[in-house]
Structure formats: C-alpha cells, structure tokens
Design a protein around this ligand. Structure first.
Ligand code: 5GP
Length: 189
C-alpha cells in the first residue's frame, strides 16, 4: 500500500469551534499537520502571521493565483483565503495526513481535484448557538457578525456533501469524536 498521507478537510460555520478543535488535535496526533492558509483578512487581536494564517496583501494574493500556487481559494465575508499547494503536496508525499480548515466553497474545489479527500463538517445544533458564540468571541464588528451569520445559514446547505458531521455541543465530546474519525480514516503505511 502507498505510504502517501491522506487529505482531510474540516469546514463549518463561523463559531462552530472548528479551528480550536483542529489546533488541539494537531498537538496530540503527530502524523497529522494543519495547512496554514494565506488570507487578505487583517489579523485579529492575538493572531500572529505564520501561525493561524499568513496575512498577505491583495496584490500578493493575486500573484499566488497567477502563479498557480494555490490548491484552492475563495472569497469569504469580503476577504480572500487560499491553501498553498506546495505545503499540502510535500506533506502528503512525506506520508503526513494533512488537514485543511477551509470553507465550503474551497472544500468543493478540493474534493473535485483530489477524489480521496475526506470531508468533515463541524456544526452546532442550532443557529442560535452559533450566534451566541460569534457574539461572545467579540472579535467581529456587528456588520461582520451579521454577514458571518448569513453565510453560516448558506453553509449549512452544503452539509450533505460531507462524509461526516460532528455536532459540537460539548467541546470535549466533539474533540474525541473528531480524533476518532481522523484516526480511523487516516492513510496507512
Ligand atoms: P476566519 O476569518 O473566521 O478565520 O475564516 C473565515 C472562513 O474562511 C472560515 O470558514 C475558514 O475556515 C475559511 N478559510 C480559512 N482558510 C481558508 C482557505 O485557505 N481557503 C478557503 N476556501 N477557506 C478558508
């Protein structure tokens, strides 16, 4: 059997907890790496470039598209986000399992290109819960919050295209479920 790693996508509406879940899991599973996306969105409070995202200008983003250096990219709430192609390919070649935490538009693009991608959708059980979490995070202006909630409603329509859905009502349970899914679906040597 090939020892190439497997590609995983984790999507879910703003406030679903997907980024925290994946960060916590990456610390525990050493055969998994998370891809760091490029974005034109400005960094929030404690975000550091190269850690959560590589924060770049619109010109730099356009150049990456031109040079075909992104595996996928999408616009979300007025900013652009993309996955650097080389990082993903190099790690899959090394036998690492790679996790992309990206939106539904990007997920559909990748699933089209790489058929064996495993798609995981993280959600809460109601929009009200999401709204509360986005509000509590307090990082977004009320305009941006409204925009993110509207997008969340649309994103839920895409759930049917995913291989697995994890409802994050209890963080530790969701963490356990995500870990189980990743371990049972990962590439094997
Ligand atoms: P946020 O601004 O909240 O960090 O991210 C907004 C949305 O963009 C989230 O759904 C996040 O998963 C998604 N996102 C982050 N990086 C990428 C990427 O490289 N490509 C795509 N398509 N979406 C991304």
């Amino acid at each position: 059997m090939s020892n190439r790693g497997k590609l995983f996508i984790v999507s879910g509406p703003s406030g679903s907890g997907k980024s925290s879940l994946v960060s916590d899991i990456i610390n525990e599973l050493n055969d998994f790496v998370r891809s760091v996306s490029v974005t034109t969105r400005p960094g929030r409070g404690d975000e550091v470039s190269g850690n959560q995202y590589h924060f770049i200008s619109k010109d730099e983003f356009d150049r990456l598209i031109e040079k075909d250096m992104l595996l996928e990219w999408a616009s979300y709430a007025g900013y652009q986000y993309g996955t650097p192609k080389d990082f993903v390919n190099e790690n899959l070649d090394k036998g690492k399992n790679v996790i992309l935490v990206i939106d539904v538009q990007g997920a559909m693009q990748v699933a089209e290109k790489i058929k064996e991608t495993y798609l995981i959708f993280i959600t809460t059980s109601s929009l009200k819960d999401l709204e509360e979490r986005i509000r509590k995070r307090g990082a977004d202006s009320s305009e941006e919050m409204k925009r993110r909630l509207a997008i969340a409603t649309r994103e839920l329509d895409h759930m049917k295209h995913y291989d697995c859905i994890i409802v994050n009502n209890n963080y530790n349970e969701a963490l356990l479920n995500l870990k189980k899914v990743l371990n049972s679906q990962k590439g094997r040597e």
